[in-house]
Design a binder for this molecule. Sequence first.
Ligand SMILES: C[S@@+](CC[C@H](N)C(=O)[O-])C[C@H]1O[C@@H](n2cnc3c(N)ncnc32)[C@H](O)[C@@H]1O
Length: 281
Amino acid sequence: MRVEETNAAAEYVQGNEDRELRRLMLQAQIYAPLTEAVLRGAGLKPGMRVLDVGCGVGDVSFLAAELVGPTGEVVGVDREARVLSCARRRAETQGLAHVHFQHTSLEALAVGAPFDAIVSRLVLMFQPDPISFVRRMVEHLRPGGVMALHELELAAMGLTHPKLPLFTRIWNWMLPTCERVGIKVHMGLELMSTLRRAGLVVDDGVVGGRVGVTPDSESTQALVETVRTLLPHMERLGVALAMEVDIDTLAARLTAELRSNGGVLVPSLMVGVWGHRPGPV
Ligand SMILES: C[S@@+](CC[C@H](N)C(=O)[O-])C[C@H]1O[C@@H](n2cnc3c(N)ncnc32)[C@H](O)[C@@H]1O
């Protein structure tokens, strides 16, 4: 992999334009029930203090806030200032006084009072060294505290039944592009070993995906928005031309393909794993 490609991933390749904020929220809508199950499985409960690493526009923080209740606290951190102003506005609208957002990278976050739980979704896959990243997270976790991670297994992306040519082309554009910009396409299935190698005891894990109920559902839209954000990289890397992707008509063509084949789409597979920090509680 070329250095500039690794850097692109390290800088969070999908950017932070307004459209990107909307894409994150759309994606979050799809993943919410899956992530909630992971947080519940990990044992988040009222009164806990939780750190959400790479919180984006706040969706995982809000799910955690629901579980820890007003006697608990959630701190979301992100290195992008712009996503945080959106997250703060949303917390205010929902009247969530026990959720706070802090503008910092994980690497620059000062170690303070340790958290009872650390959660993170769709962040590790963008890190050049996920094991070191988890080790940094552990520094903020109390002994006995839990860590719950939720990541995509991109290599298993895009299940349709029946197999459909346009969808197949899209996966064939997306997967090599993700790999070449340094995104970890096996992050989901590598979570267990990552946690273990970072010194945590793995407690359990689940795999889940949402089914696109109608052909033009959020799943199709979210897929098109992801292709849109990757398009400049696809072109730069010579994986696909903008002309052949034809992004503005892609949603309509995908919907038509699903509809005319009576097809079903499971756009992505999410893996959730949780474990705890060993040591005296
Ligand atoms: C795909 S978004 C996921 C956002 C959110 N966790 C969610 O699931 O909706 C990844 C986020 O991680 C943030 N991020 C990546 N590396 C980070 C780091 N080293 N420290 C803090 N935030 C980071 C990015 O700025 C981005 O907002």
